[in-house]
Ligand binder design. Structure first.
Ligand SMILES: [Zn+2]
Length: 214
């Protein structure tokens, strides 16, 4: 059933590394007791990687075959993915000189250099292009850590937002690429609408209480 939950997860980050961070809901530093982890099994990870376009259909088939042929490889890929996810969230949430930040960057460096060792330059693009994830068993975490390093190196911080938890949002991270930088919610149809409904019903409740007291 874990796979099905993937379908209701909103893909709103605007970058694969942010979509990865957003596979825990709500997204709050330190976590919450009622949080949902959408990547609790290798099958869920594979389905999610297809959904965000990290793998295509034939690559996903190759990943599944690699996982089936060697015991423990699926769990290894999932474990690497979760480590990368939490490190990216720590780095983006802290952006400071703390030991947690340093440890998260170190983990990403190690994961990235291992992924680089499994990458290859092939003819293409302007002259050559980098193919990341040549080892199917680790294709997903390799591509995710490459995406994470790219994001951390190049992100425009004024575009980086979190859906406001304090106003009933979900804490998901996203890039606000709107021209006037006015995007507040991960998704207007979801958190934005819910916040509007909540505000309306709070106002109505306040009016009713006033009515009773009179
Ligand atoms: Zn939200």
């Amino acid at each position: 059933m874990a796979d099905n939950r993937n379908d209701v997860l909103r893909i709103v980050g605007g970058h694969p590394a942010l979509d990865l961070v957003n596979t825990v809901a709500p997204r709050v530093p330190g976590g919450t007791a009622d949080e949902l982890d959408y990547l609790r099994a290798p099958a869920a990870l594979l389905a999610w990687s297809r959904r965000i376009g990290l793998t295509d259909a034939s690559e996903a088939t190759a990943v599944a075959a690699a996982w089936d042929s060697a015991a423990g490889t699926a769990e290894q890929a999932l474990h690497a993915t979760i480590e990368i996810r939490e490190a990216v969230y720590t780095v983006l949430a802290r952006r400071d000189e703390s030991a947690e930040m340093a440890a998260a960057l170190e983990l990403l460096t190690l994961r990235w250099s291992a992924a680089a060792a499994r990458s290859v330059l092939v003819p293409g693009g302007a002259v050559a292009e980098l193919q990341v994830g040549t080892s199917p068993a680790l294709m997903i975490p390799d591509r995710l850590v490459a995406a994470a390093v790219e994001l951390l190196r190049t992100v425009e911080l004024r575009q980086l937002r979190a859906c406001p938890i304090e106003e009933g949002g979900c804490g998901f991270l996203f890039l606000d690429r709107s021209r006037n930088g006015s995007r507040r919610w991960c998704s207007m149809e979801d958190c934005g609408t819910q916040a509007k409904i909540r505000k309306l019903s709070e106002r109505r409740r306040a009016t009713t209480v006033e009515g009773v007291q009179r």
